[in-house]
Design a protein around this ligand. Structure first.
Ligand code: GRF
Length: 233
């Protein structure tokens, strides 16, 4: 992570944490953040949403909350946008919004290392599995097939290697005998809706200090990461 990130997420003068969200789909996690922001339950301001799909329901959720949205799905000729073009537009947009934190919530494209490194803020991703297990897609199906007793979701720092950055937080559940991939997805998503705001609160309050990741020399009073929650009672 570059030096420009070092203090970018620290709340100055109790100002809310400025968050940009990248997504591709329904945006139920975005909705949780919108609700928490509107209810003043989280010290955040969602400064913008970027969708790489024009049909993402999340766009409606953002617009209903008067949050600026950039839809980066197609180029002017009507062709689907390549990743390089997407990244160049997304960079421009993020630099204009100047977020303190970039949240990938159901964002389904793989970003390049140069985009991640030059982003104006640290980036975190919500992943529907207990990393380092089950990186990539179809996590619920794979967990069932492997006969896992436990499953859940993780929030990790985004790095060039897919789903491999430092894991910050996790929420766990017990897999039931009768669980299908669909039922597990629904149960994990409920955990996500608690894990994401909780993690952002920890970042906003500096309990999780993203500038400390990988910096052994810096004094830290933090508990060892990842912080784990057992939420499914
Ligand atoms: C979540 O289940 C997340 O784990 C995965 O994509 C889904 C996004 O859901 N990466 P939503 O768009 O927030 O409803």
């Amino acid at each position: 992570m570059s030096d420009s990130h070092a203090t970018s997420h620290v709340i100055v003068n109790n100002k809310p944490l400025r968050i940009a969200v990248l997504l591709s789909g329904s945006g139920s996690n975005l909705q949780v953040l919108i609700n928490a922001m509107q209810a003043a339950e989280l010290p955040i301001e969602i400064v913008g949403v970027i969708s790489n799909r024009e049909d993402a329901y999340a766009i409606t959720r953002a617009k209903d909350a008067s949050i600026p949205v950039a839809v980066l799905s197609h180029v002017a000729s009507g062709k689907r946008m390549g990743i390089k073009t997407f990244e160049s537009h997304a960079s421009e947009q993020l630099n204009a919004w100047q977020p303190d934190l970039i949240v990938l919530a159901g964002f389904m494209r793989v970003l390049s290392g140069s985009f991640i490194d030059s982003a104006p803020a640290p980036m975190i991703n919500l992943h529907p599995a207990l990393l380092p297990a089950y990186k990539g897609l179809d996590t619920h199906q794979r967990a069932i097939q492997a006969g896992e007793r436990h499953h859940g979701c993780s929030i990790h720092v985004v790095t060039a290697e897919l789903d491999a950055g430092a894991v910050l937080t996790q929420a766990l559940l017990e897999v039931n005998q009768k669980d299908s991939a669909d039922s597990l997805q629904a149960r994990v998503q409920k955990l996500e809706h608690q894990l994401l705001p909780w993690t952002i609160l920890l970042i906003a309050k500096d309990v999780i200090n993203l500038s400390n990741q990988g910096n052994e020399n810096k004094a830290t009073y933090l508990p060892a990461l990842p912080l784990k929650l057992w939420l499914d009672k």
